[in-house]
Design a protein. Structure first.
Length: 325
């Protein structure tokens, strides 16, 4: 009996060992898309820094919305999203734990107006093309409020973000709200158009993060620590005057632009160094923290029927791995 028990226990132990080793060998599946704070990963990929850390990762390039869909479907373990969109994805049942703060938008999200409109106040009674329920809808509401206007003072026209340049050029609307590259394309396509409000006017309105599935976050913290270490190595490479040009060249090649063109996009994104990122990991209200900004996004999402009930914001955020660095 004892001999049989020993054999059974041995088989179980072997199975557990195999399961653990199989789990350990599984690559970390990561989605990234066309935003400077995420394109920076390309530096780490090309320099093979993950291999140097002993971390097996598989990066997959997506359009932004497709990356969130892949995360929701369990096809990737970690994905880059805005803090507000992390709640949207979570409300569908695909929760993400924000553990890495990449950047905040610092001008790349814009309200671009046609010639003759020089301020937000000039938009009273006019049409604005924007993807309703997405982050630049919140940018519009923030701009209106700061300029003494209400949402009812303008007409919002629901337009997919990647179609906003064509809609502005066609004259169907008086202004559009979009992020890069769409905002930049609009400026190119409509001579005399200009940004009249941007995310630089409200730093912290849009934070960009990496979120992991709860299962991966719970079971693979050592891998996530290596992941963070590689990220901040890439950030240091980006900011080092000796290597910055090389970083921008690598990033530009990923999105098919010339380095000189890509520099403009980079300027509109405040990629955060480690100590800078830690400042926004407090729990103060308002846009000065990821938690405060995410609560504002939650209120916005409920008000605009993106989802019905408020989400538990605190359960989506855990920066302890970063704070421990």
């Amino acid at each position: 009996m004892h001999s049989m028990m020993r054999k059974v226990m041995g088989v179980i132990a072997a199975a557990m060992l195999f399961s653990a080793s199989a789990h350990a060998s599984e690559p970390l599946r990561v989605g990234y898309s066309d935003w400077p704070g995420w394109v920076l990963w390309e530096v780490a990929i090309q320099k093979q820094w993950f291999k140097q850390e002993g971390l097996d990762v598989k990066f997959e390039w997506f359009d932004y919305v497709a990356s969130m869909d892949a995360f929701a479907a369990g096809k990737i373990d970690i994905v880059g999203m805005t803090n507000g969109d992390t709640l949207v994805t979570g409300s569908t049942g695909a929760k993400g734990i924000m553990f890495l703060l990449n950047d905040y938008s610092n001008g790349n999200d814009m309200i671009v107006a046609k010639p003759g409109i020089n301020s937000i106040k000039d938009l009273k009674g006019k049409k604005i093309g924007v993807e309703i329920g997405f982050v630049d809808h919140l940018l519009v509401l923030n701009a209106l409020k700061k300029n003494g206007l209400k949402e009812s003072d303008v007409t919002l026209v629901n337009v997919p973000t990647n179609e906003t340049p064509q809609v502005l050029a066609s004259g169907q609307v008086d202004a559009i709200a979009a992020w890069q590259p769409s905002s930049g394309i609009a400026l190119q396509q409509v001579p005399g158009s200009k940004p009249i409000y941007t995310s630089a006017d409200e730093p912290g309105l849009i934070y960009d993060v990496y979120a992991a599935s709860p299962k991966v976050y719970a079971k693979r913290k050592d891998d996530l620590k290596k992941f963070l270490k590689v990220w901040y190595r890439a950030v240091d490479y980006f900011y080092d005057p000796k290597t910055r040009e090389d970083a921008i060249k690598i990033m530009a090649s990923r999105v098919g632009l010339k380095p000189a063109e890509y520099k403009k996009f980079v300027l509109g994104t405040k990629i955060l160094k480690l100590e800078e990122a830690k400042k926004y990991m407090t729990k103060v209200k308002g846009f000065k923290s990821v938690t405060g900004s995410t609560k504002i996004s939650d209120d916005f999402n409920v008000a605009n029927k993106v989802y019905k009930k408020p989400e538990d914001v605190s359960s989506y955020i855990d920066f302890s791995l970063t704070l421990g660095m």
